[in-house]
Design a protein around this ligand. Structure first.
Ligand code: SF4
Length: 352
């Protein structure tokens, strides 16, 4: 029978489903039973420290330094900085998400809350109406807590806060409100990586899963494509090192579902713009070779990317395959299973 692209992908998916979940989970990681597991924020609340941490976080709104832009605006008085975010959270959507990494998705989905606005505003943003234009609905902390509980009721495995940096204090406040109403899922902090380490330190003992991007290894690229964020590489690396210190490598439950740990994303861009070789070497040398790494292939020419010749095309098969080879050469062995599946697809392109 002729192997078409469709049948190849179907076979890969059908034969690999449970195996992929197991391999994504990190075979060496300890696996606590999910029934015995408690989220970090529950322990911090029991120690009487969560409220104080939330107070510290909310104070940052008065002269906003929630991210390295350090605008210094008083968001509580209605002032807005670079991200154009008000002090109240603005949410575009919340729902179970099945497109995230397999240990987050499991069989019931990752409980995703998409926040509007962003502190990076990349020229190639795939969500620019939400991230750049701030489309969404302004809500209260109590409503945010209700969204978390709704996702839990729907069976999601975690609360996945997407683009959380500029609303971090709101997320902490909502988590405490939701905890008092029975929230028990891990918080997954899904960030573009442009963070201040001081603020990540405030999350110690609250966030269980960190899911940062490391987008660039060179400040010139960050300057060009992410609104003059020339310090992005240093800021992101410092923040990710602190995340790793807090939660370590990925730990999953008996079903292979993420409970705690660091998962790093890196988008391969055309013409080696994102510095993939430097990225994998940095992870290998500064975090751990066990780090869960998702090397992503889905770069698309979105928003204003067509104005920049180096990034005005998709990546080639060769660019993706060399990225995976660099990762292997660096000794990274806990790659997202979809990276492995994508490699098989890229390698078999000549079949079709
Ligand atoms: S979160 Fe927004 S207002 Fe605050 S420092 Fe960053 S860009 Fe500026």
């Amino acid at each position: 029978m002729k192997l078409t692209r469709r049948t190849f992908i179907e076979r890969l998916t059908l034969s690999g489903g449970s195996l992929l979940l197991a391999s994504c989970a990190g075979a060496e990681a300890p696996r606590p039973l999910s029934g015995e597991w408690k989220p970090a924020y529950e322990k911090l609340e029991a120690e009487g420290k969560l409220a104080e941490r939330i107070e510290q976080a909310n104070a940052i709104f008065e002269s906003c330094t929630l991210c390295p832009r350090r605008c210094g605006v008083n968001r509580l008085n209605g002032e807005m900085g670079f991200c154009r975010a008000p002090a109240d959270p603005v949410v575009f959507s919340h729902h179970p998400h099945f497109g995230e990494e397999v240990p987050l998705v499991g069989d019931r989905g990752s409980g995703t809350i998409f926040f509007s606005n962003c502190n990076l505003r990349c020229v190639f943003c795939q969500n620019y109406p939400i991230a750049h234009e701030g489309r969404g609905r302004k809500i209260t902390v109590n409503q945010l807590a209700d969204m978390m509980l709704d996702l839990q009721r729907r069976g999601c495995h975690n609360i996945n806060v997407v683009t959380p940096t500029h609303v971090m204090p709101n997320i902490l406040s909502a988590t405490r409100v939701a905890l008092k109403k029975g929230l028990h899922l891990p918080i997954c902090y899904n960030t573009g990586g442009y963070e201040r380490v001081e603020n990540i330190e405030l999350l110690d003992g609250i966030v269980d899963i960190y899911l940062p991007d490391l987008k660039y290894m060179d400040g010139e690229q960050a300057t060009k494509y992410s609104a003059d964020a020339s310090d992005y590489p240093e800021m992101a690396q410092e923040a990710i090192s602190e995340m790793h210190r807090q939660v370590g490598t990925l730990v999953t439950d008996e079903r292979g579902i993420a409970l705690r740990g660091l998962m790093v994303r890196h988008l391969v861009m055309p013409n080696r713009v994102s510095g993939t070789r430097e990225f994998v070497n940095w992870v290998s040398n500064n975090l751990s070779k066990d780090t869960y790494v998702n090397i992503m292939s889905q770069y698309r020419v979105e928003h204003r990317a067509f104005e920049y010749p180096k990034i005005a095309r998709a990546i080639t098969s060769e660019e993706y395959l060399e990225a995976l080879e660099w990762a292997e050469d660096a000794g990274l062995h806990n790659l997202d299973c979809r990276s492995v599946a994508r490699r098989q697809i890229f390698q078999r392109r000549s079949f079709f």
